[in-house]
Design a protein around this ligand. Structure first.
Ligand code: HEC
Length: 133
């Protein structure tokens, strides 16, 4: 049998998990108030948010966003104030050091080799949705 007869069947993975969760919440809705996934990060919102300044938006779009708007990357997501809070508490100097030199899964310069220190700080302020300390 020729090798070209291999078929691809992996594209039909269904996502029933989510639907089941909603049904359960509706059934318990009268008794419980815990069905709103407030603690989960908002992937859709994170993917859509962009810095207001065009130059910064371009940098963000081609570097930080690849991971910081991707729940699978393990990075604190853009707009997820809770995830950013303990990191912001480290202070601006540490955050800048980790941005420039890397930190675990965070690559050196966050893949933006031309970024200035001011731009890193502005990007962190944007992604964390809070002021630096
Ligand atoms: C290749 C993926 C990737 C890219 C691109 C990326 N990051 Fe990250 N970043 C991560 C990951 C993963 C973490 C979490 C690291 C950890 O806590 O172990 C992180 C964490 C951080 C932190 C927190 C560090 C700390 O001390 O807690 C800052 C600040 C940061 N990134 C800034 C940026 C900026 C600014 C950009 C764009 C210029 C960027 N990142 C691009 C993956 C990325």
């Amino acid at each position: 049998m020729p090798a070209t007869t291999v078929s691809l069947q992996s594209s039909s993975v269904a996502t029933w998990h989510r639907g089941g969760h909603v049904v359960l919440c509706l059934a318990l809705g009268g008794l419980l108030v815990a069905c709103d996934d407030k603690t989960a990060p908002p992937p859709a919102a994170a993917v859509q948010q962009m810095p207001a300044e065009p130059a910064l938006a371009r940098i963000y779009d081609s570097s930080c966003k690849l991971c910081h708007a991707n729940p699978a990357a393990g990075a604190p997501l853009t707009g997820d104030v809770q995830a950013w809070q303990p990191r912001i508490a480290q202070g601006a100097d540490t955050l800048l050091d980790h941005s420039i030199n890397g930190y675990n899964g965070m690559p050196p310069m966050g893949l933006c080799v031309q970024c200035s220190e001011e731009q890193f700080l502005a990007l962190i302020r944007f992604m964390s949705a809070q002021d630096l300390q």
